[in-house]
Design a protein around this ligand. Sequence first.
Ligand SMILES: Cc1ncc(COP(=O)(O)O)c(C=O)c1O
Length: 334
Amino acid sequence: MRGRSIEWPFLCLNLFSRFGLIPDHGQNQTNNEADHKMPQKQLPICFLNGESSNLISVIDRGLCYGHGLFETIRLSDTQMPLWDYHYQRLRKGAHTLSISLDNHLLQGYLDQLIANCPDNGIVKIMITAGRGDRGYRLSNTSPNYLLQWFPLSDYPNHYQRCGVTLKLCQHRLASSPQLAGIKHLNRLDQVIARGEWGDEYEEGLMLDQYGHVIEAVSGNLFFYRDGAWFTPKLDQCGVAGVMRQYIMEELCNLSLSSLSKIEEVTCLLDDLLSADEVFICNSVNGIWPVLSLENLVPGNPGLANQSSWSLGPQTLALQAALYKSLPAYLNSTE
Ligand SMILES: Cc1ncc(COP(=O)(O)O)c(C=O)c1O
């Protein structure tokens, strides 16, 4: 995984490109005079099939149909602590979407990216079904591997230390059992849900069409009630997060709490509202305790419109176990 096979000129090209010192192959070029005056977005370090490039074909099935997968991975001192889980989810998704994932190629491209980016941050892998003919019909396409590095988001550390507020999103997830769990490129539900707020909340909570609690907009959810931990079932919709899996398979055994099993349940909002403790998690930010849920009655600001929980000992015990077993997640944004 860690071979440093990339030559210096290539590395320099990348870093110069990242810091805007050389043109970025046209991606930021515009014909519009006004656009030239807009601040230019900084591009991440980016490789496409092993070449330094941020251009993808207009007939790529990932672009045309969202026919592809992605993983957003925590990079800590050149290591990806939950890589095995990310890879298993990619494999499952590739099988579902009939994408022929080549592990050998992927490992080589990852080595290349990690050798050419800072030691810490976020690695994003996108694997699309590749360039296809017009129309949905599957043809023998060869996948495109798009790998990027981003700096960690600058979320304040008190999100993980003191907790966050969620907005109950109006937009709901649709059932799609075949796609449930995998991290495919179609993320329009999350895009619409995230459009419901600006900076007023740290995250959103999403329900399905029947009012079942499913997950956060970009994370999974756990709640503690009557002496036990629960997490919503994800057999109809939602993304089966790798942090969720790690918590369920490993962390609950390492935690100082007396629990050894977390139950997957179908739950309604009332089940969540009567919980003692709640947290959300993902593989980039770790565990964020949830202190309150707002917008319970849309358009009715006021106390009845929110529910709150305390940051309790069970969540703190799980967080402590996470920091002990994967120290990368301690003070993740410092
Ligand atoms: C919709 C959704 N659910 C759950 C997660 C958590 O996944 P993971 O723990 O693999 O980061 C994410 C992460 O981005 C997500 O976007």
